[in-house]
Design a protein around this ligand. Structure first.
Ligand SMILES: Nc1ncnc2c1ncn2[C@@H]1O[C@H](COP(=O)(O)OP(=O)(O)OP(=O)(O)O)[C@@H](O)[C@H]1O
Length: 259
């Protein structure tokens, strides 16, 4: 396959089917897509259109049924489970709707567990963890607490630290604000936007317009195919000039897509 040098991930004739009983369900159909370095790519689409399935395949959490998935020049679609796990640990950070921290460990220890999967030097991982906690606005007093002692918003922030601890090439976020109130959701989006501005390639699945507005490239899925694409440019903030036009453009695109 001819690879686009600007693409950090690319797929060729990607297919994913599930067999529920006798009948196979084709969830991703012959998809060729590129995800570009430093982009904030957003997948939107109706429920069941294949967004999460696609995210899982691009991040090596799930396997394609057919076709190829490349990370830079490496085709990882044929990796063994062990190789895939290694690939994920090293290159992918995950932000989920439910953060799912280990209840018997402090926030910092939760982050260390992820960090030490890749980097053996505990001092270095802890140092990076402290820096990231500071960047997401959690103090030492807060990151010393157990998950049951913190708010949902703080949990969301800790989830971002955990996603970034291994300095991943790509952050994958699946409905990251889905379990949060609007203030905490905005804080998580601000963090994702901030890290993306500093060069963090980000891919997010969302149903939410406010979240989607953070992306610079919106891909709309329908029935396992990319039905359309909208380019928005970099997000500047909702009080900045151009925000209303950005919103109008996205709404118009989504209307065309039948959202
Ligand atoms: N592990 C699985 N086994 C069988 N079918 C599955 C599995 N995972 C997903 N599906 C089916 O694949 C289709 C696409 O699911 P997927 O979760 O990717 O959609 P989605 O666009 O992310 O939906 P939503 O917005 O509701 O989360 C759905 O019909 C779903 O039921």
């Amino acid at each position: 396959m001819e690879r686009n040098a600007d693409a950090v991930i690319s797929t060729s004739k990607l297919c994913k089917s599930y067999t529920n009983g006798e009948v196979p369900q084709h969830v991703i159909k012959n998809m060729d897509i590129q995800i570009y370095y430093k982009d904030f790519t957003v997948f939107m689409g109706a429920s069941g259109s294949g967004k999460s399935t696609l995210l899982h395949i691009l991040s090596g959490m799930d396997r394609a049924s057919m076709g190829e998935v490349y990370f830079k020049d490496t085709n990882f679609s044929k990796y063994s489970e062990k190789q895939l796990a290694q690939f994920r640990k090293k290159n992918c950070g995950f932000v989920f709707q439910q953060v799912c921290l280990i209840g018997s460990m402090s926030l910092m220890d939760n982050v260390l567990v992820s960090g030490l999967l890749v980097e053996k030097n505990k001092k270095q991982v802890a140092e990076r963890g402290r820096k990231l906690f500071a960047e997401v606005g959690l103090t030492e007093k807060e990151w010393g607490k157990y998950p049951s002692q913190i708010s949902g918003g703080q949990m969301g922030r800790a989830g971002i630290v955990r996603a970034l601890i291994n300095n991943p090439e790509i952050v994958f976020a699946d409905e990251p604000t889905g379990a949060l109130d609007s203030t905490s959701g905005k804080a998580v989006l601000d963090l994702l936007t901030g890290f993306n501005r500093k060069g963090q390639t980000t891919i997010m699945v969302t149903h939410d317009l406010k979240s989607a507005l953070r992306g610079n490239r919106i891909l709309y899925l329908r029935d396992g195919r990319i039905n359309g694409e909208c380019s928005l440019g970099a997000y500047q903030g909702e009080n900045e000039p151009g925000f209303e036009e950005r919103k109008e453009k996205l709404l118009h695109f989504l209307e065309e897509m039948g959202w």
